[in-house]
Ligand binder design. Structure first.
Ligand SMILES: Cc1ncc(COP(=O)(O)O)c(C=O)c1O
Length: 479
């Protein structure tokens, strides 16, 4: 008999002693809707199925396979201990409709995680509900709207976004009904403070920024930027997806940001981009606290409660309380790392990025546009390779796959031509970084024709990128 956190043993005994009844169609289902013949499912034995799925898993590339320096995605190793704990049935078997007196441990974890995120970011309060970074941005835009409406300033209809921004920033602002105004960067790859000052006005609702930006460059004029934004009556939004660069070093709250989202599924121990659940908690300054989504976890004496008692709240942004298993992984990770551990993680992430950048530049095959000192990531350009040999960033990316490593992000940010965006993270060894540098530079010297047709060694050859996402082939195939 297996152990269950939900059902009692007498109940299970009774259940197992009953003969198994053949399912009969429910009386309330109209006869026209009842299936006339059995479902046409593939008739496969267990061995075939196991081999099929095992084979599919081997066709994939993940952080567990090798280095995965996908810029802006923070594909770092996620310690297994966090997975193990989030699978404990005391957490995984609870139901959102259980009485809150029976889920005190989970509520305590959520309450304490909120305190930890406040400490890390310098914000006043958090909502743990959003399910992704982009979802957090969308909540940030709704909060922005609510804030200006409460001040009778709903004619603030514009959101300013730098040209280095992640694509989700303008998309989220636009989904929330704002006009997006793009801000060009300086020749150093940073916010142009003079242009910002000329662009911002009494129609501006918010300026969205990530720091360090997607070039890996820290916006050192941030104090001045915050002053300009606030003097114009606008809010300052922090895309915290790059938090891995500055944990324990600098806090968006101290830089003057009003709203912040974090990507727990990048920085705090849940894999990013694996198709599983994510989490994009949103933190706010004091002046926006009353608008946060409900329910919120509160503490009264020694007990934790889910409170809906926030009259000015925007309501709900996600069913129940967000993706609790991801919150739990972040809680365990932050607890295990401690303040100094998080700081060291960021220091090593930045060291690894700058080490790789310098080594690659010494070899001379790629250029580095904009200012040199970077945080956790850097963006190379293949423009001269294209001019000299006709090799594009995409060719380099595909040929890296032939060499058994994952390519960097390509063609982003848009202001770098033929971009290769590299984020090694803190969890790669010097040996793996050196091998990657060697491979990347060797490819640049290879014969153009050979590279153009790569990859050769992968289960799927070069695909039409648009068809691969718009018309994926998801049916059973004997591979
Ligand atoms: C800088 C930046 N902002 C926002 C996002 C959006 O996060 P998500 O993919 O969770 O929606 C990402 C994603 O990696 C990002 O790199």
């Amino acid at each position: 008999m297996f152990k269950s956190a939900v059902y009692s043993e007498p109940f299970l005994n009774e259940l197992h002693s009953k003969p198994i009844e053949k399912p009969t169609p429910h009386k309330s289902i109209p006869s026209t809707l009842i299936r006339k013949k059995p479902l046409d499912l593939p008739n496969l034995d267990e061995t075939q199925i196991i081999r099929h799925f095992h084979h599919l898993s081997q066709m994939n590339f993940g952080v567990d396979t090798g280095i995965y320096p996908l810029g802006s995605c923070t594909m770092k190793y996620n310690p297994r201990i966090n997975e193990v704990i989030s699978n404990w049935d005391k957490f995984s078997c609870i139901h959102p409709y259980q009485d809150e007196s029976t889920v005190q441990g989970t509520l305590q974890m959520m309450y304490e995680l909120e305190q930890m995120l406040k400490e890390i970011t310098g914000m006043y309060a958090f909502s743990l509900q959003p399910a992704a970074g982009a979802h957090g941005e969308f909540l940030g835009m709704i909060l922005t709207k609510q804030y200006h409406t409460s001040k009778n300033e709903s004619d603030r209809i514009n959101v300013i976004v730098p040209d280095t921004a992640h694509g989700t920033n303008p998309a989220s602002a636009s989904m929330a009904g704002y006009n997006v105004i793009e801000l060009p960067s300086t020749k150093d790859g940073a916010v142009d403070v003079d242009v910002l000052e000329k662009t911002i006005n009494d129609k501006t609702a918010c300026f969205m920024l990530t720091n360090p930006n997607t070039l890996g460059i820290f916006e050192s004029d941030i104090d001045e930027i915050a002053r300009i934004v606030h003097d114009a009556g606008s809010l300052l939004y922090y895309d915290g997806a790059n938090m891995n660069a500055i944990m324990g070093k600098a806090r968006p709250g101290d830089m003057g940001f009003d709203i912040v989202h974090l990507n727990l599924h990048k920085t705090f121990a849940t894999p990013h981009g694996g198709g599983g659940p994510g989490s994009g908690p949103v933190g706010v300054g004091k002046k926006l606290e009353q608008f946060l989504p409900i329910p919120r976890v509160i503490k009264k004496k020694e007990n934790y409660h889910l409170s809906n008692d926030f009259k000015e709240s925007i309501g709900k942004i996600k069913q129940f309380y967000g993706n609790v298993s991801v919150l739990l992984k972040a809680y365990c990770y932050i607890t295990l790392m401690g303040g100094n551990g998080l700081k060291e993680a960021s220091e090593v992430a930045v060291l690894n990025a700058n080490y790789m950048k310098e080594k690659i530049l010494q070899k001379g095959s790629y250029e580095l546009p904009f200012r040199s000192l970077r945080k956790h990531e850097f963006v190379l350009s293949c423009e001269s390779l294209l001019k000299k040999k006709g090799i594009r960033a995409m060719d380099i990316a595909k040929h890296l796959l032939d060499n058994g490593v994952h390519p960097p992000t390509v063609y982003f940010p848009l202001i770098v031509k033929e971009a290769l965006m590299i984020e090694p993270t803190e969890t790669e060894s010097k040996y793996d970084l050196d091998c990657y540098i060697e491979t990347l530079c060797k490819i640049a010297d290879e014969d153009t024709e050979k590279i153009k047709d790569s990859p050769y060694n992968t289960p799927v050859r070069r695909v039409n990128e648009v068809d691969a996402t718009k018309k994926p082939v998801l049916t059973w195939n004997q591979i």
